[in-house]
Design a binder for this molecule. Structure first.
Ligand code: SF4
Length: 317
C-alpha cells in the first residue's frame, strides 16, 4: 500500500491540478509499450475532471499492466494476482465517494481472477476497469494467456497455442447485471481517451477491453489493424462513444449500434475481422451494489453506535 507525496500541502484552498499532479513514479514499461498510452489517457481524464488526487484509488493485480498504480500519484493498491476486483469492490463499498481505476491484464483478469471478475460485473460497483489485453503474459516473459490466439508461439506453447482464445467481451456481456462494455485500441489516442471518458462517466462497473501492444513479445500482432483500419469496425450511435469526425473518417467500416441492445452487443462481441471498437453495451439503470453497502455511512458516530448496540441486543441471552 502506498499513498501521496509526503510533502503534499495540507491546504484546503481551491487547487488547479495539472497533469504532473497525477504522475507517480517513472514508468518502467518497455519502450513503445501500449500501457503508456493508457496511463496518459487516465491522467488526462483526472486532470480534465479536476479530480483531487487524494480522491482517486488505482487498483491492480499482477502483470505488466498492474504496475499502473505505481505510476499514478494517487492512492494505490498493487495487490495479488487476479485479486484487483475484490480489493476494488471493498474500497468502493465503504468509500463510494472515491474514484476507482482498476488496471488488469488478460492473464490477471481472465485466468486467475475469473471468479472475481464475473462477480464484480454482477455487483456493478462504480469503477472504471481497463483490461490491458496484449494476449500474452508479458511480466513473466511470454507465456500463453487465456486470450492468446490459436497458434501463437509462446514459451509455454512454442509450437503454437492449442486452444481458441477466451472472449473477454462475450464473457462480460453474459453476466447478469452487466452495465457498460466497450472496446478500444491503444494506438488511437482519441478513441482511447473518448472511451475511457465515457467509462469514467458511467455510474457502475465500466469494463473496457483495450487491445494493447506489447512490442517485446507480440510485436507484430496488430500491424495489419494499424496499417489498414478497415480491419476495425467503428461503432457509432448518439448514445455511444463520440470521436472527432476527422478521427472517425479513418475507419471505412462503421456500424450504427444502439448500446442498449444487449443481444446485438453479444453478436458484435463474437466478431474479429473487422473487430468492433466503441460502446457495445450500456444500461445506466442497472442497480449498483455500492448504493446498498453505503446506506447509512454518513450517520453520526453516536447513531451508528446506538444501531450497533440495538443489533447486538438481539443476540443477548
Ligand atoms: S513485456 Fe510487453 S506488455 Fe510488458 S512492459 Fe514490455 S512491452 Fe509492455
Amino acid at each position: 500500500m502506498f499513498g501521496l507525496k509526503a510533502d503534499w500541502p495540507l491546504d484546503v484552498s481551491p487547487r488547479y491540478f495539472t497533469l504532473e499532479d497525477y504522475e507517480g513514479g517513472e514508468p518502467r514499461w518497455c519502450p513503445g509499450c501500449g500501457d503508456l498510452a493508457i496511463l496518459t489517457a487516465v491522467q488526462r481524464i483526472c486532470r480534465d475532471e479536476q479530480i483531487p488526487p487524494e480522491k482517486i484509488v488505482s487498483v491492480s493485480g499482477i502483470g505488466c499492466s498492474s504496475r499502473f498504480p505505481h505510476y499514478m500519484n494517487t492512492y494505490g493498491f498493487h495487490g495479488l494476482h487476479g485479486r484487483a476486483f475484490p480489493v476494488a469492490c471493498g474500497i468502493k463499498s465503504r468509500r463510494p465517494d472515491l474514484t476507482l481505476f482498476v488496471a488488469t491484464g488478460d492473464g490477471d483478469c481472465c485466468s486467475i481472477g475469473t471468479a472475481h471478475w464475473v462477480h464484480a460485473i454482477r455487483y456493478n460497483m462504480d469503477m472504471t476497469v481497463m483490461l490491458f489485453d496484449n494476449h500474452v503474459y508479458g511480466l513473466t516473459k511470454n507465456q500463453t494467456s487465456p486470450t492468446s490466439p490459436k497458434g501463437l508461439s509462446t514459451n509455454t506453447h512454442p509450437e503454437g497455442a492449442w486452444l481458441p482464445p477466451l472472449n473477454p467481451l462475450g464473457v462480460t456481456l453474459g453476466v447478469t447485471n452487466v452495465s457498460f462494455v466497450a472496446q478500444t485500441v491503444d494506438w488511437n489516442p482519441a478513441h482511447l481517451l473518448a472511451t475511457l471518458q465515457a467509462a469514467h462517466k458511467h455510474k457502475g462497473f465500466s469494463f473496457v477491453r483495450i487491445l494493447q501492444r506489447c512490442p517485446t513479445y507480440t510485436g507484430k500482432m496488430y500491424d495489419e489493424m494499424q496499417q489498414d483500419p478497415s480491419h476495425l469496425n467503428l461503432l457509432t450511435h448518439d448514445k455511444g462513444i463520440q470521436v472527432d469526425p476527422a478521427v472517425a473518417k479513418m475507419y471505412k467500416t462503421q456500424q450504427e449500434h444502439n448500446p442498449l441492445d444487449l443481444a446485438g452487443a453479444q453478436k458484435l462481441a463474437l466478431e474479429h475481422d473487422p473487430l468492433p471498437i466503441g460502446l457495445l453495451f450500456c444500461d445506466p439503470d442497472r442497480p449498483c451494489y455500492n448504493d446498498h453497502t453505503a446506506v447509512g455511512m454518513d450517520m453520526p458516530v453516536e447513531d451508528k453506535l446506538t444501531a450497533l448496540e440495538k443489533e447486538l441486543d438481539r443476540f443477548a441471552i
